[in-house]
Design a protein around this ligand. Structure first.
Ligand SMILES: Nc1ncnc2c1ncn2[C@@H]1O[C@H](COP(=O)(O)OP(=O)(O)OP(=O)(O)O)[C@@H](O)[C@H]1O
Ligand SMILES: [Mg+2]
Length: 334
C-alpha cells in the first residue's frame, strides 16, 4: 500500500518573543532578540494509506492543530519531510487544496453573511467543479446531512449543529481524496454529534474518502477511526489500532460477583479483590490470559453465586491510563 500521506521526522517550532516587563525590558528584548521556542510538533513520523480513517489524539497544546495545518499547507514544517498525495503541501498549496477538504470546528470556511448555497457556488467556481457533478454532490450532501431547511439561510443565522453540517458539506463538494477535520464535533449536542459521526463513517466507507480527524471526544474515534495516532508535547506516543492500545495496557477488566448471601472473605488467584460489599464482590482481572470461565471455576459452586458482571474498560479509561503511564509506554510506538 502506497501511503497518500507520509510524515518523516516532521517538526514545527514556533519562536515567541519573550515577555519583558517595563520599557527597558521591551527595548532590551527588541535588540537582544530574546526568543523562546515552542516545539509544537517534534519529530513526528507516520504513513497513512488511501481510505484510512485516523484519529489524531492528544491533550491541549499537544500539537494536533499544528500538524493538521502543516498537512493542509497552511503552515510550513521547520524540520523533516511531509508529503500529501505525493506533494509537499506548503509549496503546492493550491494544487493541494483542490484535492483535500478541510473542516476547522472553531473557524468557519463559509461566508458569514451569505446564504449557505452561495458559499457553495463560490467553491464551485474556485475549484472549477463541473456543473453536473456539483449538482449531484450537493443533492447527496443535502440529503445525507439533512440541510434542505437551511441551504438558503445566511450562515450567521444557523445553529452550531447546522453550521457544522454545512461546513462538512462545503469541504466535500469538490470530491476531495482526503478530508481533514480539526474538532468537527466540538460544542455539538449528542444528536448532532451522532449525525456527524454517522455521516463521516459513511463517506469513509462508501466513497473511500480518507479521513484524518482531531477530537477530544473519544466516541468520535470509536465510531469513525479504527486507527489512532496519539501525541503529547509534540511527540508521537502511539500509532496503531485502538484494539492494540487496549491490549497493550493490559486488560484491566472488572468483574462483579453477586452471591445470594455473603460468602465471607474470598481470595482468588485468577482475580484481585478491589471492593468487598458482602454479597457483592468486585474484582479486577489483571491477567489478560485469564478468562471469565477460569474465575468461575475457581469460585466453584459452593457459594451460591447469583449473578456475574464483566466490564471491559471503556475508551476514556484506556486513554487516561495511557497518558498516566506514558513514560513507560513511549517505547511502544512502532
Ligand atoms: N502561531 C503560533 N505561534 C506560537 N505558538 C503557537 C502557534 N500555534 C500553536 N502554538 C503553540 O504550539 C503548541 C501546540 O498547539 P496546537 O494548537 O497545535 O495544539 P493542539 O494539540 O491543537 O491543542 P488543542 O487540543 O488545545 O486544540 C501550543 O503550545 C501552542 O501554544
Ligand atoms: Mg487544536
Amino acid at each position: 500500500m502506497l501511503p497518500i500521506i507520509s510524515a518523516d521526522g516532521v517538526g514545527k517550532t514556533f519562536r515567541q518573543l519573550k515577555r519583558q516587563s517595563g520599557f527597558s525590558g521591551a527595548v532590551r528584548s527588541l535588540f537582544s532578540r530574546d526568543y523562546s521556542e515552542i516545539r509544537a510538533v517534534d519529530g513526528v513520523s507516520f504513513a497513512i494509506g488511501a481510505g484510512e480513517a485516523v484519529g489524531y489524539l492528544g491533550p491541549n497544546g499537544a500539537g494536533k492543530s499544528t500538524m493538521i495545518k502543516m498537512m493542509t499547507g497552511i503552515l510550513t514544517p521547520s524540520a523533516g519531510a511531509l508529503s500529501v498525495l505525493g506533494r509537499e503541501p506548503h509549496t503546492h498549496r493550491m494544487t493541494n487544496a483542490a484535492e483535500i477538504g478541510v473542516v476547522f470546528g472553531q473557524r468557519s470556511q463559509l461566508w458569514w453573511d451569505l446564504p449557505v448555497r452561495d458559499s457553495y457556488d463560490l467553491n464551485r467556481h474556485i475549484y472549477d467543479i463541473p456543473e453536473a457533478r456539483f449538482a449531484d454532490n450537493l443533492a447527496y450532501l443535502t440529503a445525507m446531512l439533512d440541510m434542505a431547511s437551511f441551504l438558503d439561510r445566511p450562515v450567521r443565522q444557523l445553529s452550531l449543529g447546522q453550521r457544522m453540517r454545512a461546513e462538512i458539506a462545503m469541504a466535500l463538494l469538490h470530491d476531495p481524496k482526503i478530508l481533514f477535520l480539526d474538532e468537527p464535533t466540538i460544542g455539538l449536542d449528542v444528536v448532532a454529534k451522532d449525525a456527524v459521526r454517522k455521516f463521516l463513517a459513511e463517506i469513509n466507507r462508501e466513497r473511500g474518502t480518507t479521513i484524518i480527524l482531531t477530537t477530544h471526544d473519544l466516541v468520535d474515534i470509536e465510531e469513525i477511526c479504527p486507527r489512532l495516532i496519539m501525541v503529547d508535547e509534540g511527540k508521537l506516543l502511539f500509532d496503531g489500532e485502538l484494539k492494540r492500545l487496549r491490549a497493550s495496557l493490559g486488560s484491566r477488566r472488572r468483574l462483579t460477583l453477586e452471591f445470594a448471601t455473603d460468602p465471607g472473605p474470598l481470595v482468588l488467584t485468577t482475580a484481585t479483590l478491589s471492593a468487598d460489599e458482602g454479597a457483592a464482590k468486585h474484582f479486577v482481572l489483571e491477567d489478560e490470559t485469564v478468562s471469565l470461565i477460569d474465575v468461575l471455576n475457581e469460585v466453584g459452586r459452593g457459594h451460591g453465586l447469583k449473578d456475574v458482571k464483566l466490564d471491559e474498560p471503556d475508551i476514556e479509561e484506556v486513554i487516561r491510563t495511557f497518558y498516566q503511564n506514558k513514560p513507560s509506554l513511549a517505547g511502544a510506538a512502532p
